[in-house]
Design a protein around this ligand. Structure first.
Ligand SMILES: Cc1cc2nc3c(=O)[nH]c(=O)nc-3n(C[C@H](O)[C@H](O)[C@H](O)COP(=O)(O)O)c2cc1C
Length: 206
């Protein structure tokens, strides 16, 4: 079976640090036989959630933009790699706008009690986050946000690659191990056997 792997790069910087790590992780997944697709979120027109609560009754978001197309890809994927820079201690605005539109998924799960994805499916997700400062506390907010998001996306949160003290454009290329780690973890996302880890595997590098 071909494992469909979707990578979403949310940084506004093409060839930014999280973007380069995502590309390596996807290359790792591809080396293990996965079919990969890379998306640069800034190419998609995604408006912020307006809390109209229409999805509480319909299960779908009433804002018509590129979200529907992207959601289909996310629900279709067997593996998802979500990459973000850390902005003010959490995910960047582009990532947050996409995540907040997931409120319609929350409505399906918790209000309408509707299953959008078969529970039989083996879906797994990985997060890549890069910050420029020396703080590692910010990884906690990324973890919480992504855990809540993956819960409504009905995908198992299995891996984190968190890196701090990397700031300049493409500076990650000078890091001694980060790109190799991204490749390895991307590959492992495809090859790792079940049972899944109780908590996400956490790789933190500086
Ligand atoms: C608006 C803004 C806010 C930022 N906030 C943080 C922060 O809270 N913590 C941190 O470690 N780095 C912060 N940074 C630095 C970026 O996380 C850092 O440059 C990172 O390498 C960017 O990743 P990218 O190249 O993938 O976009 C901030 C940068 C910007 C532009």
């Amino acid at each position: 079976m071909i494992i469909k792997t979707l990578g979403i790069s949310t940084s506004p910087r093409i060839k930014g640090n999280s973007d380069l790590l995502l590309r390596e992780a996807l290359a790792g997944a591809e080396s293990a036989g996965a079919h990969i697709e890379y998306i640069h979120l800034s190419d998609y027109n995604i408006a912020p959630c307006i809390e109209c609560n229409a999805c509480y009754t319909t299960g779908t978001c009433k804002i018509q933009d590129d979200f529907q197309q992207l959601l289909k890809k996310m629900l279709d994927a067997d593996r998802l790699i979500f990459a973000t820079p850390i902005f003010f201690m959490t995910v960047c605005a582009q990532a947050k706008m996409l995540i907040d539109r997931g409120q319609c998924l929350w409505a399906n799960k918790y209000i309408l009690k509707k299953q959008l994805i078969s529970t039989e499916r083996d879906r797994r997700a990985m997060v890549i986050a890069v910050g420029g400062s020396k703080s590692t506390k910010q990884f906690e907010s990324i973890r919480l946000t992504m855990k809540t998001y993956f819960d409504v996306l009905q995908i198992n949160y299995v891996t984190n690659l968190f890196i701090n003290k990397v700031d300049g454009l493409s500076e990650i290329q000078k890091h001694p191990s980060a790109l190799k780690e991204a490749f390895r973890l991307g590959k492992e996302l495809i090859t790792a056997e079940t049972p899944l880890p109780q908590k996400p595997i956490n790789v933190e590098l500086t």
